[in-house]
Every structure is written in structure tokens, then in C-alpha cells.
Design a protein around this ligand. Sequence first.
Ligand code: ATR
Length: 474
Amino acid sequence: MSTPADVGVTGLAVMGRNLARNLARSGNTVAVHNRTPAKTRALVADFGDEGAFVPAESPQELVASLKRPRRLITMVKAGEATDAVIAEVAPLLEEGDIIVDGGNAHFADTRRRERQLRERGIRFVGAGISGGEEGALHGPSIMPGGSAEAYAALAPTLEGIAAEAADGSPCTAHVGTDGAGHFVKMVHNGIEYADMQLIGEAFHLLRDVAGYTPAQIADVFAAWNRGRLDSYLMEISAEVLTHTDAETGAPFVDVVADRAEQKGTGRWTVQTALELGVPVPGIAEAVFARSLSGHGELRAASAGLPGPHAEALDGDAAKRFADQVEQALYASKLASYAQGWHMLTAGAREYGWDLDLGAIAAIWRGGCIIRAAFLDRVRAAYAADPGLTTLLADAGFAQELGRAQGDWRSAVATATHHGVPVPGFAAALSYYDTLRAGRLPAALTQAQRDFFGAHTYRRSDREGVFHTRWGADR
Ligand code: ATR
């Protein structure tokens, strides 16, 4: 019998395999298992020299190889596969054992699974893991949700494999109970959609309005990446834009079909936001933009519709415009982060999680797809005022918005003038203007509702609920 394993991983596709390797490289003895045993054997054959692996051919063998309390991480496909694996291993476990679901589960499923397993004495931790393939291997951002004592039993292991932020702290922390970890991961992905959309719009504007080539845009993005927009997504966008297609020699971005796909976490974010009553227009526009890009029939049917005639800018005008786009991108990004944090606040209230809004920013500083210097500013904003109603109201951010808003408006106006779609920039600007407006036309909406449906209204000058007998004296 080999040494008992510190931790087990079942599900050895891309993410599971890399996470298991990361665990082994960090000094853990790792029991590894996959439904199809060939993947387990391949892992041990290819990477067995990286650390201590204990291959298991069956769930029984897997469970039997683990130290008590057992700690088993499932990295299988989210949904039915996760339920199937839990149904298979749970009867083999004992009270106090821990199952960690590191897949991309919907937080509502995680809440259900945690409740069901708790009744059987098994501790269930739903851990959002971000960072993709590379992150899983070299250090992801890990967002574990479950009981505090289950987290305590996992903390040294998770902290040992997570990414490190620039200040050396690990990019993982106990996020909250039951589904909190997967909820936070879902919001992370929603913000990721928005970030990607905004960068896409900046690219589109620099290309079509400033007339820049992909290589020139790569230089602009690389320069932005040295400033306040420093982020992983900015960095890889610059790199993608320098890439040429090996076959044709054309800029790579020009040979990729312009139809964005999605696995659905952005859609979950928007669906949940609608249920929670949280406006997330930046994230919603990003999901819609991907969806619209894929509607080839609509695009083909509309291709002949008239657009404006506007000449591309050149020289100093193009340079000046690029600066405006930087301001628009930064301000729009701030707006979508404000929406994401609003959602975190609302989720915490709805589901009874004690989310630490600054700590979430802190564990996103490294390892995950939206990692960015900017997140340390978000962390600092909540450290300065844990009760901050919206990120936009943080004194530092508000000041930056004040400086950006003129250029932000110009960028959106120029985009409109040139007929370049900027749903992300424009929705962000409308969000900003809605929040700062003294009066909104919601007053007229309420009046209309009272008119056609006797839905009543409140008055701005006194308390109470009112209804007008419309048309009574007509
Ligand atoms: P990735 O990490 O590449 O994103 P995924 O599609 O999320 O992977 O998950 C694939 C993993 O889930 C595989 O390990 C798969 O096992 P097989 O290699 O045997 O296909 C596992 N998986 C899918 N359905 C499963 C089930 N019903 N029971 C057990 N494991 C399952």
C-alpha cells in the first residue's frame, strides 16, 4: 500500500490534470482518478516525475487512498457529471470528509449540493477557480465557498497552489458559505465578458475611426498596459494583435471569424442579476454583443442598410482620438466593475453571505483572467470604506471619472458619428449619467403606469401613495 494521499482529484481533463500537477508540485501526495482510466495513466506517465501521484482506477480506490478527513476535489464537467460523481463517491465517504467542487458550477446547484451533503455529514466546498489551463498549473485564483471550518481544513493546501498577488498574499480566501464561491466566480466571469467587450470596442474604434493597423493597435494597447489599464486581458490583446496568420501572412485577427462564442457563465450573471434586480448593463451588453455577432442571418439581411459617411482620422487627430478611447475604456471598465460589485452586495444580502468586498478584489489581483493592477485600487476603496454604496463614489475613482468624462463622451459621440457600434462604452456612459442625474424620466414612466393600469405613484414633495383618476374630467 502506498503512502496515503493528502488530497484527491477526480476528473483529469485539462483543468483537473493541471490542478493535480500543481498540487503535486507544491509537495502534496495527490490521488488521481478519471472516469476513463487512460487519462489517469497518461497523467502519471507524462508527469509522474513532477511529484507524488497515487493513481486510482476506481472511485473506491480513490477514496481508500486518502488520508482522513478525506479531501477530494472534483474537476468534472459542470452539471449532471458533478451530480453523478457526487452520487458515486458520497456513499464511500465518512462524516467530516470534504468534497471540493472546482468546476464551473452554477451557484444554485452548489447551494443544493452543500445542503444535501451537509445532511449526510459531508462537508461540501464549491470553489470557483479562474485562470484557465495555465492558471490551474502555475497558480489560479481560487474562490472557495462552504463552511469556515471546511475552509480551515483546506486553507494551507489551497493557499499553497493559488497565485500570489504582487504583495505576496495568496489569491484565495474563504469567500462565504454554500454557493458563495461559485457566485463570486460567476460575477468574475461577467466582469470578464465586459472587460473583453470593452477592449474589443477600443480595437474597433482604433481600426475604423483612427485607421490604425492591428500592429499599430498592438503598440497602443501595450502602452496602455503600462499605465492604469495594466491587466492580463490588455496584455494578451496586444500580443494577439501582433500575431500574423502563418498560412496567409495576414494579421491573425483578420482571419478569425468574427462570431464570438460563449459557454454561458456571462448569461448566468445576467440572468441572476435580473432576478436580484441589479442593473448590470455593461455585462448584459457584452453578452448580447457576443450573441449578435453570431447571428449571421441578421447581419447578412442588414448588411445593405445605410450608414454614415465619415473619413478616418489621421495624424494628430487620430492620436488625440486614441487618448479619448483610453479614457472611455478606463471609465467604462470602472462602470462595469461597479456593476459587478453591486451584484456581489445584492447576492450577499439575498443569500445571507458575509462577503468581504475588498477581499474579493484582493484575490482577483493574481491568477484569474481579469487580474489587473486596478483591482488593488478596488481593494483599497473597500478598505477605506467597507460600506461604499458604489465604486463610482470612491473619492479617487470619482476624481478620475471627472477627468475622463469629457473624452468618454467625445469617444462615444465620434463612434456614433462614424457608425461604429460601442454598446459597452455607451451603456457604461448611460449608467454613469443615470446615476448622477438629478431627475430621471422614471417619473413619466410611473405616470404612464398609473394612467393605464392604476399602478399608483409616489410624490417627490410628500409621503404617501397616490392615484390620479385619469380622464375623469376630460
Ligand atoms: P475541461 O477541464 O477540459 O474544461 P470538462 O469538459 O469540464 O473539462 O470535464 C471533462 C471531465 O469530466 C473529464 O475528466 C470527464 O471524464 P472522461 O475523461 O471519462 O470523459 C469528466 N466527466 C464527464 N462526465 C462524467 C461523468 N458522468 N462521470 C464522471 N466523470 C465525468
